[in-house]
Design a protein around this ligand. Structure first.
Ligand SMILES: Cc1ncc(COP(=O)(O)O)c(C=O)c1O
Length: 400
């Protein structure tokens, strides 16, 4: 179905039919997996024309592949973007975009609380290439204004922030960043997925995803997405993807994500129902000190959550009384919840950011980012909520 028609349809319809432009000669309903490294040409002349983009066509799967293309078209539709690019990991997506738009001497402003490896890239990696990064608390957008310099090329926003669910106002921050006409706004939309939040409609220029998470949804693929304007995506494909990272996605993994996306809407609704039930339970439990969840009535940024997110999602962080000594007992005490990093899977996952996903932060930076030593992160899965709650209840009783 063509893009103009599909764009007018509902989210689930888009995630099922988006990007499916034609059936192959076998009329296969499922997306064919083009498991090939390279593509043949009819002649030397045609090969040359395809390489120099005078003629459309696939040439080598690092740069483009029909199975991967279907996923890219689907994500462009879901994010309301002109185009998207699928890559071999979320970090591959972020770096391919950054290596394309940045040069030595540029300046980045990043939200202070972000995924640990993105933080490591900004804190350690960028300095090697002469790119300066300023971390700011974006809960107050005027901090972005204060940090802006003539050489600020990129404002990076993660919202909700991994792991403590701090929210950043994409619309307000984008307006400030765009006062400098060379500045791009990149938003990591991994936590909410395009079902719950659409950063491009709020003013961002580039959306990135760890497609490893909700987009695929089944914990069996590592992948990433970049979405935005066609011209920018073309540039990232021929620079960031083709030769600066080579972080291409395999056709089989693209197939798995296409399959996963067909249920994104119903999975997200169930994740959110479960997230709300588990957050309410934790919030009322006597062993729990504090719960971080954008759906709780006393969440400090509840108005912003309502403004830019359809529902609050299903990642919850919490601290228990007695600090991490007690927290460890809770993590080790669960049976149904699995001790593992990653998120957005069918299984409920529990982890300790300070010693796992956010280990790249030193103690001082962690404290400034609001990631306490005792913080526990829960990715609420698709099991029956009462079973998740019963498991947590049993583990929490061990520390009462
Ligand atoms: C918010 C966020 N962005 C990016 C990434 C990196 O994605 P990947 O692990 O697919 O490289 C992660 C991974 O946990 C993440 O949580």
């Amino acid at each position: 179905m063509n893009r103009d028609k599909i764009k007018k349809m509902g989210f689930a319809t888009k995630s099922i039919h988006g990007g499916v432009t034609s059936k192959d000669s076998t009329r296969s309903l499922a997306t064919p997996i083009y498991q090939t490294a390279t593509f043949s040409f009819e002649s030397a002349e045609q090969g040359g024309r395809i390489f120099s983009a005078e003629e459309e066509g696939y040439l080598y799967s690092r740069v483009g592949n029909p199975t991967v293309s279907q996923l890219e078209e689907k994500l462009a539709i879901l994010e309301g973007a002109e185009a998207s690019l699928a890559l071999g990991s979320g970090m591959g997506a972020i770096t391919a975009a950054l290596w394309t738009v940045l040069k030595t001497g540029d300046h980045i402003i990043s939200s202070r609380t972000i995924y640990g490896c993105t933080y490591e890239l900004f804190e350690l990696g960028m300095a090697k290439f002469g790119i300066d990064v300023t971390f700011v608390d974006m809960r107050d957008p005027s901090n972005v204004k204060e940090a802006m310099r003539p050489g600020t090329r990129l404002v990076f926003i993660e919202t909700p922030a991994n792991p403590n669910l701090i929210l950043n106002d994409i619309e307000a921050i984008s307006a400030i960043a765009h006062e400098n006409e060379n500045c791009l706004v990149m938003a990591d939309n991994t936590f909410p997925s395009p079902y719950l939040q659409q950063p491009l409609a709020l003013g961002a220029d580039i959306v990135v995803h760890s497609a490893t998470k909700y987009l695929n949804g089944h914990g069996d693929v590592i992948a990433g997405i970049v979405a935005g304007r066609q011209e920018l995506m073309d540039e990232i494909r021929v620079t960031g993807l083709k030769y600066m990272t080579g972080a291409s996605l395999s056709p089989f993994d693209a197939f798995l994500i296409i399959r996963g996306l067909k249920t994104l809407e119903i999975r997200m609704e169930r994740h959110c129902d479960n997230g709300e039930a588990v957050a309410d339970f934790l919030d009322s439990h006597p062993a729990v000190e504090k719960v971080y969840f954008p759906g709780l009535k006393d969440f400090p940024q509840i108005d912003l959550a309502k403004k830019q997110m359809k529902r609050p999602g299903a990642i919850i962080s919490f601290e228990v009384k007695g600090g991490f000594e007690s927290g460890k007992k809770v993590i080790n005490g669960v049976e149904l919840c699995t001790i593992a990093v990653s998120l957005g899977d069918a299984e409920t996952l529990i982890q300790h950011p300070a010693s796992m996903t956010h280990l790249p932060y030193n103690e001082e930076a962690r404290e400034k980012a609001g990631i306490s030593e005792g913080l526990i992160r829960l990715s609420v899965g698709l099991e029956n909520a009462e079973d998740i709650i019963a498991d947590l209840k049993r583990a929490l009783e061990m520390i009462l």
